[in-house]
Design a protein around this ligand. Structure first.
Ligand code: ATP
Length: 223
């Protein structure tokens, strides 16, 4: 149904030795929303996303994803520097069983169609990151997971990436992303989960967050 969440975790926990990276996190992502996982470096965002995607085994708790296909940009997808953006995606598409037409579709989607023939090594950081999103979009997954998609980008690259996320959401895509920038999640997300020291401190809609006075977090100034 439309009310069943796309992602749900229940007391999801990961410990490394005596360090608790993720501590009993229970969260849901609803169909069609942009959900922002907000927290500083080391808060446990990446570990949570990795458990969700089945890349890391939880110590305790559960994580479930209620869609057939999930696309993710969570670590460098390992593009070849001397291949073009298009040839990089073609290699991946063939490996994953998608037709070349899917490559052209996603290049268009991430606004790289005009630069598809350029070598990857010549791309700006923002373009590299958008190519990574393109790779995640192959096969048109119902959910896309992006780990700090704007991290390290210059202001123009950040603006492009944010516009892309908003555009994906308008197209009906469910997006789960992480960020350490309050202003960013306020700009592009529908709902936010704030995590620090492995603990989910609150879950709220961005509208509630703006109106409420209970949240004492200052926006980090952007570079
Ligand atoms: P970042 O933005 O830096 O990636 P994050 O919010 O994604 O931060 P995590 O990468 O999930 O945070 O890390 C959470 C905590 O778990 C940190 O203290 C980190 O040092 C620890 N941690 C993560 N992976 C491992 C690992 N493989 N072994 C030991 N400790 C780990």
């Amino acid at each position: 149904t439309t009310h069943s969440p796309v992602v749900a975790t229940e007391a999801l926990t990961k410990t490394y030795g005596d360090r608790v990276a993720v501590d009993r996190v229970s969260m849901t992502v609803q169909r069609g929303e942009v959900y922002g996982f907000l927290g500083p470096n080391g808060a446990g965002k990446t570990t949570t996303l990795r458990m969700l995607l089945g890349l890391v085994r939880p110590t305790a708790g559960t994580a479930s994803i209620d869609v057939d296909r999930v696309g993710a940009l969570i670590e460098g997808p390992g593009f070849h520097p001397y291949l073009s953006g298009r040839d990089n995606l073609r290699t991946m598409a063939r490996y994953r069983g998608f037709p070349d037409s899917e490559v052209d579709r996603v290049l268009e989607r991430v606004d790289l169609a005009g630069r598809g023939a350029d070598k990857y090594k010549g791309y700006s950081l923002g373009m590299k990151q958008r190519l990574g999103v393109g790779a995640a979009l192959m096969g048109d997954p119902a959910l896309i997971v992006l780990d700090e998609p704007t991290n390290g980008l210059d202001p123009a690259g950040m603006a492009d990436m944010r516009a892309l996320v908003v555009d994906l959401a308008r197209g009906g895509q469910t997006v789960l992303l992480s960020s350490h920038l309050l202003a960013e999640v306020q700009e592009i997300c529908d709902r936010v989960g704030v995590i620090d020291h492995g603990t989910l401190l609150l879950e709220s809609t961005v509208a509630e967050m703006r109106g409420g006075s209970s949240l004492h977090v200052r926006a980090t100034p952007e570079p």
